[in-house]
Ligand binder design. Structure first.
Ligand code: G16
Length: 576
């Protein structure tokens, strides 16, 4: 195939004499013409990759498959991950995102390539126009397409959506046949499992030349072992501190995957302590419908399928691909209490700060919390004033928080209020703990706890399952009931509203999305509304995953919240 080289893109006017595309031109052309049916749609690589109606994704899947291969070739054939999911979106949608070899999100510098290639295929009138764009990219990045030396490696996964098998075929159509890629199909997995397996496969290859790709089973074994180790370290009887945990899995892929973890032979917590609801991942239209993390967070009420049981019970909801989780409980007066991403990060910050102090490491290791503008004002005050931890604010999007947590702190706890988050432990953290433990110096219980806790966290990306286990372990170690956790601070009353506008792209922000630059004059009007409400805070931003503008508002007086939010919404509507 490599021999079938197309002579320098003559028809497209591409005139490089230096470059040869060592791929099967005719095969690529045929696959392009067979696959790319959606035309003249503008694609944008948003907060979480490409995301739109599944019926419009054939073209973008085709080009994303090519880009993943190129990314792997650029990185000497390391495993690059690709996940097909639209996470919290309704069942008609789907999406795709690329994962770096270390399990993090696609390098920001490559996002424009993803868009250029997708839009080239979408707007090209001939195959050669698209081909010229591909050549340009390969040349620009100096990618060697001679796969006889280094073959590209790609790991693919998908959530439970009905459209995913077809989109997977579009995605992988060129990988092996044109680019000679080794493709590992994990089948239906959660997004964090795909991130974890991508990372582990590369680590294995790097560390011991392991030729075998990691599997979903490695994920279960690792996290069950980490959970058991933490419980053993703390000599806690393997019972949770709550009588029962109900897990709403949004009728998504989290349901079957959590069941597999709980069925692991080493899982030691009695099976009646965890009950899974909304687990119909085989009924497409139920996905995220009146259930799941996004529904619970936005509506601040129990999802379908759950009714209040005892006040000691704890509930949690995953989203469709199980990369976020929020917790909640219902008090004896039947009042619903949300324990969202802010509450999770503050719980972890409290626990880990305590352990650092016990280990006498507060001066050596820097702990901090990363939030977005959606973080409740009370949580930020609590972290700074009660926990004495620094707080950073970034734009929405896991990649922004992840970067800040990884570069600014030794223990970087990041969570979006919507439940998306994890903790990043630095190299220095691991070296310090290891060195202290090897010398048997200091408070060994605290050192071992920190060591085990770091293992229990999926550091590649926010992970509903791993975060859920870490919350359960923390509550058990601190002997806290859901009410104790909630009492640490009181959220300001808050509201998040989705506003449909003709063109969300005109809403441009600055200051980590806390202020609008455009439409002109709108921010001044918002500021004048905020000034009327004690402890008022509000901001407006375009969603990166849905065709909507999001309006957030919080203020001291719960009876004024609706009025406050409505005034902002009215200004947003009248500005377009
Ligand atoms: C994705 C991103 C999150 C973001 C969420 C909502 O989550 O990964 O970082 O908070 O979308 O983003 P937006 O407000 O821009 O629509 P998920 O769970 O849908 O992948």
């Amino acid at each position: 195939m490599i021999s079938a080289v197309r002579p320098k893109c003559k028809e497209s006017g591409h005139n490089s004499q230096r470059f040869e595309m060592k791929i099967d031109y005719d095969q690529l052309r045929k696959l392009y013409e067979d696959t790319c049916c959606t035309k003249n749609l503008q694609y944008s690589y948003g907060t979480a990759g490409f995301r739109t109606l599944a019926k419009d994704l054939d073209t973008v899947m085709f080009t994303t498959g090519i880009l993943a291969v190129l990314r792997s070739l650029k990185l000497q054939g390391q495993y690059v991950g690709v996940m097909i999911t639209a996470s919290h979106n309704p069942y008609q949608d789907n999406g795709v995102k690329i994962v770096e070899p270390d399990g993090s999100m696609l390098l920001a510098a490559w996002e424009p390539y993803a868009m250029q290639l997708a839009n080239a295929a979408s707007f090209a009138t001939t195959f050669d126009e698209f081909y010229a764009e591909l050549v340009k990219l390969v040349e620009h990045e100096k990618i060697d397409l001679d796969t006889s030396a280094v073959a590209p490696h790609v790991v693919v996964g998908r959530d439970s959506r009905e459209s995913s098998p077809f989109l997977l075929r579009c995605l992988t159509s060129t990988m092996a046949s044109v680019f000679h890629a080794q493709v590992v199909d994990l089948g239906c997995v959660t997004t964090p499992q795909l991130h974890y397996v991508t990372n582990l496969s590369n680590r294995r290859q790097r560390e011991d030349g392991h030729a075998t790709v990691a599997t979903e089973q490695d994920y279960y074994s690792f996290f069950v072992e980490a959970f058991n180790e933490l419980f053993t370290t703390y000599q806690i009887e393997k019972r949770l501190s709550v009588p029962k945990l109900f897990v709403d899995t949004a009728n998504g892929i989290g349901g079957p995957q959590l069941k597999k973890l709980l069925a692991s032979k080493d899982w030691a917590v009695p099976s009646d302590e965890i009950e899974i609801v909304n687990d119909k991942s085989d009924v497409p239209e139920l996905l995220n419908f009146e259930c799941g993390a996004d529904y619970v967070k936005t509506n601040q009420r129990l999802p379908k399928g759950l009714s209040p049981s005892s006040p000691d019970s704890l509930y949690c909801s995953f989203d469709g691909d199980a990369d976020r989780v929020v917790f909640y409980y219902v008090d004896p007066e039947s009042k619903f209490h949300l324990l969202d991403g802010d509450k999770i990060s503050t719980l972890f910050a409290k626990f880990l700060s305590q352990q650092l102090e016990l280990a006498n490491l507060t001066d050596s290791l820097k702990i901090g919390v990363v939030q977005t503008a959606y973080a409740n004002g009370s949580s930020t005050t609590y972290i700074e004033d009660a926990l004495h931890c620094p707080v950073s604010c970034t734009k929405t999007g896991v990649k922004h928080l992840h970067h800040e947590a990884a570069t600014q702190y030794d223990i970087g706890i990041y969570f979006e209020a919507n439940g998306h988050g994890t903790i990043i432990f630095s190299e220095k953290f691991h070296q310090t703990i290891e060195s202290q433990l090897s010398k048997s110096q200091g408070n060994l219980l605290a050192l071992n706890t920190l060591n085990c806790f770091a293992k229990l966290i999926n550091q590649t990306v926010g992970d509903a399952i791993s975060d859920m286990l870490a919350v359960l372990a923390t509550l058990s170690i601190l002997q806290m009931a859901p009410t104790d956790w909630d009492r640490e601070y009181t959220d300001l009353p808050n509201k998040l509203v989705k506003c449909i506008v003709p063109d969300r792209s005109i809403f441009q922000t600055t200051d980590q999305e806390r202020k609008l630059q455009n439409p002109a004059g709108l921010q001044t009007k918002i500021d004048s509304v905020i000034a009327k409400y004690p402890m008022g805070r509000s901001f407006v931003r375009a969603s990166g995953t849905e065709d909507a503008v999001r309006v957030y508002a919080e203020c001291e007086d719960p009876t004024k919240l609706d009025q406050f939010c409505n005034e902002i919404v009215e200004y947003v509507k009248s500005s377009v």
